[in-house]
Unconditional design. Sequence first.
Length: 377
Amino acid sequence: MEGQLQTRNVPNLTEIELAAIESGNNLADGHARYELTASQQKIINQLGEMYALAAEASPALLDQKAQSAFLTAVGQHSAMAGAEVLSCYSSSVAMEITARSLYTSGVRRVALIHPTFDNIPDILRGAGMDLTPMSEDSVMAGSGRLPAGAEVLFITTPNNPTGQVLLPEALTHWARECASKDAVLVLDSSFRGFDERAQYDHYAILVQEGCRYIIMEDTGKLWPTLDLKIGFLAFPRDERLPLHRIYTDILLGVSPLLMLLVQRFAEDAQDGGFSELHRFIRSNRALLRKRLSGIPATSFPDADSRISVERLALPAGFTGSDMRHALCERGVHVLPCRQFYWAEPEAGERYIRLALSRPPEMIRTAAAAICACIERG
Ligand code: EGV
């Protein structure tokens, strides 16, 4: 009953994102919404020929080539050799398959990073998992034990919305800790394309530590491809969870045209596209920070974040939820951070989240609206 009331009164982040989508000043969702680069445009101009190629080629080969191109571009060199990789239409589909596989195997107790994007706890709870929060700081510190009884440790890295990255020493620690308890280490790496610090070979470490793992890789946040994207679900070939079986309950596979598109964009990324993307996001982040630098008592708590969203801490007396509504009246759409703090919503009220994967003009407009709202009090 309480749960149903919650659902009616507080929108989830995706409902807020949806409401913003038709707006001119949509800095709500984390999807890439800006012009294609020149080399990306070239790929799109070849879509007709790519369709013909995809129709003729072996789907399995296209799948393998796209996976290999993407995983190589993000530094995951051991993945193809050691892991089974399943291609999904989005990383949320991969997450749903993961959660159902856990449930089917009798697993219930998941330790989950806090805060993180709300659809992760929502999908896991929806599939019957019991969640224990683990603070982002304790996860990233890479010391300490798993909470008692935890059968899964779920980490978003880089984390959304903070951009914090699980470094090699910390991954090694948790891999060892999970291996000693036969727990599964699940990583959502949807934002790793933005941050080279998250591009060391995770699979090599996990294999070396003998850890059971599931990794969700994602192209969805990286390229302005009108939501043509792939979520990869990767796990050891000998993993006993019924991931392949549940995948096939849901999908035969994804479109070979989509696989070919992902392959071409991944090759372009490796060939300078990622550098260009990193420059673009860095420049938008600097622009936002500069435009708001004159506003007293606001701050950017994630000094070293490289991902395509940015948290802003509001002055005392403002809440993220109120600020979101006030900005909405000025035609600017952002996310409140309350919902990211799934175990302690009030702690998220200090912040809003702004998307940086937008044209710079939109960042300027949003910054001006935020200044106006705060100055008015
Ligand atoms: C972000 C949208 C889903 C998600 C956006 C996101 N929600 N998939 N239910 O893709 O950070 O804005 O992760």
